[in-house]
Design a protein around this ligand. Structure first.
Ligand code: PLP
Length: 375
């Protein structure tokens, strides 16, 4: 039986062995491992690819967002609006600066933060709106930016899943005032360890972030701010430079596989068995994940596993029901859409190194499941 893993990092190395090996040797020969030429070059190249004026490499996506909030002076007594449906890292960035995450329910079609629910959540304490471009598709930043500018709020994008995604032709990472990016190995642009970055057009903010990531110091042993140690290493920057030129082609492969899924699974959606991803006309997603919804998830997941097909759940427990947030006092029923989606979402294999045949096999297994079950 052919195994179809949800994620396999080895084929990317097979494809880019020459470039990645050269990157490794360049750094080893240089004898310089932190805050050097590779990082500087990657920051320049990544900013250009996004269409942002500045990029600041940091240690990971969580700290990218935390550092922006620190730079803005967001802290105790402040509120930051976050998606109720998404990854907990976005919330943790807010909690770690001492501010309060205010969850906003998703648009039921796109799963992204619903701008129509935003205004009701804004209070005099609100400082920032922090939407995620979830599963590789941009949130509706046109609507979110309009509300933010009316209320004088800062828009920070969580662009961890959306490298290369577009909204109205503009890149994720350059749609708000600043963006936090993750290069965790499984992302569309992944390093070979933890890594992250911030993109922004604001030169003052960029300058402050360069110091905040390095102990708040401008001149060695002179500390202006209470900073973090959050740096993107030369080695990871060199690996990312090797991969960045391939990102567009890899995203195009993901898009072709997503189209295959959408065509072949359409009859199951029409029959009411499952819900397929919805793409608004203005969005160009990069399919970080291909997420369907089903009320029979456990059975379907077991059926696919028995056919050798790996799946994932992104994410099984909404942040507000996580034990980590117990003290905040949220309970089941507070965010019904986030709770429903946590119970129903299922991620099917998709990546630049999956083949059309593999996608066809996943679709066949889904059809077999629903034919056999006749539910
Ligand atoms: C991966 C991810 C993060 C966290 O990034 P790390 O680099 O792992 O800290 C944050 N938000 C979202 C939506 C993510 O997918």
């Amino acid at each position: 039986m052919q195994k179809i893993p949800i994620l396999d990092l080895k084929p990317a190395y097979d494809e880019l062995r020459t470039e990645l090996d050269a990157a490794y040797h360049r750094v080893m020969e240089s004898g310089w491992v932190l805050l050097g030429k590779e990082l500087e070059a990657f920051e320049f190249e990544y900013a250009a690819s996004v269409g942002a004026a500045h990029c600041i490499g940091v240690a990971n996506g969580l700290e990218a967002m935390q550092l922006v909030l620190m730079a803005l002076g967001v802290g105790p007594g402040d509120e930051v609006i976050v998606p109720s449906h998404g990854y907990i890292a976005t919330w943790l960035a807010v909690t770690h600066v001492g501010a309060r995450p205010i969850p906003c329910e998703p648009d039921p079609l796109t799963y992204n933060l619903d701008p129509a629910r935003l205004v009701a959540l804004i209070t005099p304490r609100t400082k920032v709106i922090l939407p995620i471009h979830l599963y590789g598709q941009t949130a509706d930043l046109t609507a979110i930016n309009a509300i933010a500018s009316q209320h004088n709020l800062f828009v920070l994008e969580d662009a961890a899943q959306s490298h290369g995604a577009r909204s109205h032709g503009r890149e994720a990472g350059a749609l708000g005032h600043a963006a936090g990016v993750s290069f965790y190995p499984s992302k569309n642009l992944g390093a070979l360890a933890d890594a992250g970055a911030i993109t922004t057009n604001d030169p003052t903010l960029a300058d402050k972030l360069r110091h905040l990531r390095n102990y708040g110091s401008k001149v060695r042993y002179h500390h202006e701010y209470l900073g973090l140690n959050s740096r993107l290493s030369e080695l990871q920057a060199a690996f990312l430079r090797a991969k960045l030129p391939h990102l567009a082609a890899w995203n195009a492969r993901r898009t072709a596989l997503a189209a295959r899924y959408l065509t072949q699974l359409a009859p199951l959606a029409s029959a009411g068995h499952l819900v397929l991803p919805h793409v608004p006309a203005w969005a160009d997603p990069v399919w970080h994940l291909f997420v369907i919804r089903t009320t029979r998830r456990a059975d379907l997941q077991a059926h696919l596993a028995s056919a050798g097909i790996g799946t994932g759940i992104h994410y099984p427990i909404p942040p507000h029901l996580s034990p980590a947030y117990h003290a905040a006092g949220w309970k089941r029923g507070d965010f019904p859409l986030a709770e429903q989606f946590a119970d129903e979402v299922l991620s099917l294999p998709i990546g630049p190194h999956h083949t059309a045949d593999q996608i066809d096999a996943v679709c066949a297994a889904l059809h077999a499941f629903y034919a056999g079950a006749r539910s």
